[in-house]
Write a protein that binds this ligand. Sequence first.
Ligand code: GLY
Length: 595
Amino acid sequence: MTSKELRQKYLDFFRSKNHTIISSASLIPENDPTVLFTTAGMHPLVPYLLGEKHPAGNRLTSCQKCIRTSDIDEVGDTTHHTFFEMLGNWSLGDYFKEKSIEMSWEFLTSPDWLNLDKNRIAVSVFAGDKDAVFDQESYDIWKNKIGISEIKIAKLPKKNNWWGPAGLTGPCGPDTEIFYWTGDVNKIPNSFNDDNSLWVEIWNNVFMQYNKTSENKFELLKQQNVDTGMGLERILAIVNGSADNYQTDLFKNIINKIEQLSDKKYGNNSEIDKAIRIIADHLKATVFIMSDEKNISPSNTDRGYIVRRLIRRAIRYGRQLGVVKKMWIKEIAKVVIDDYADVYFELQKNINFIITQLDKEEEKFSKTLELGLKQFENQKLKVKSISGQIAFDLYQTYGFPIEITKELAKESGLDVDEKGFLKYFKEHQDLSRTASAGMFKGGLADASEETIKYHTTAHLMLSALKKVLGNHVSQKGSNITAERLRFDFSHNEKMTVEQLQQVENLVNQAIKQDLIVSCEEMDLEQARSKGATGVFDLKYKEKVKVYTIGLGDNIFSKEICGGPHVNQTGILGKFKIKKEESSSAGVRRIKAILQ
Ligand code: GLY
């Protein structure tokens, strides 16, 4: 089965069960300051899991692009990825455990769908602890309704059978996980133990009925939700009888290209395979991140740092593989774009940006890589561990992300004084916004009143910017906390003092007028014809929410957005722009506060 067939089969199955297919959301979460990337299909759905009404109904399904940066260093084996696609189905206060488990079972084992061997399937359920009781209900459904024998149902603790919140707070709950035996069919064990790596987890059904609060309490949610996640790469490999995700069609052409460029062959389970997988995964992830409308380019902070780290690690492994061709990484990127072009339209749309950025970064890093490696080799002979100063020098002078230095050191059996590195780093940079500060762990937007106020203010500001600078202005990113608003938008020049003053005045006038904020659900065409701003390239014909600020002929802003927002602008306070600066080429950044 091809990836295209499988993706479609999954969505078709859930459509036949009255789910609405929704498009993959962006890899860059909207209005969520605590997380860099979308990490699961549920991530864009958090407000709806918390009880907000979704315009497409209460049964949804999607294939969501995801990036998990926590797995970057694991990439290299047959199952880990930085970029992956997650198939998922959701019940927002509709069906719960029984229906969810039954549908998963039907999709996996029915001859009409995936037709997997039932004997190879085992499951786990939540064993219970001080926060929540043993999931007897799921256990009984598996045993009595589905007919899985008791020895193939493991009861496991929170560490294994609890999912979420995606960050520190938010929706979460016990889950039941479905495993598939990838070993010899004649050697299926009599009992199930998820420590055995031949049992591969293929699907996770999460029963989201709790909200974890900032006081570490598990409160019952208003509604009982289902959130499931199945990695497309993994299930595709399984359906095709392989345990190596990299041998599916989602990697075939990319790997062929790497083989051609390096004159090496994939499939001998050696160090060569590891290098090929790292290059394939990292460059694919890079292409997807850069295809986002927000124009993320390699840099030393935030998402840009992740992109830089991925590209540079891929280049280093390319060198290890013996790729001699110069400016080669764009060739892999072109294959990625071709392979996915008809599923993710944004790739082709942003191809020029992607290729230009890759070329620039490769040129930059190639100049220093050899020298940096030499420097590392010299130091290695002299020292027992890599000091903070050496690591910082490799970073500063040769452009080695600290993670590459750590990897090189590990290969030579050396330690790196990371604390020392951070000390030097801190002296040179604002550590608070970088990868090393640990902000990449992920988390959810807080839905505090203050944060919501800033969210509505962001709409007012975008509209004011358009009025002052022109209609070319579009949102490129936002980062909103309870203390301030940071907003990136497309514009080529530094704003003048007068322009900033005009924007401030317009926003403050809109606040003074105490405009009503209203929300309507409509289809995309309608939103477009009503002049709403926002993302228009959804793949499926789904409904969207449009937030309007103002009434009748006094409409200040109209934007497609998931919410939430305040009801009236009067409560926002006084709007003040603190800073206007460049964010990246053609993108400006404003920091603003409410007083
Ligand atoms: N949200 C379910 C999962 O990621 O497994």
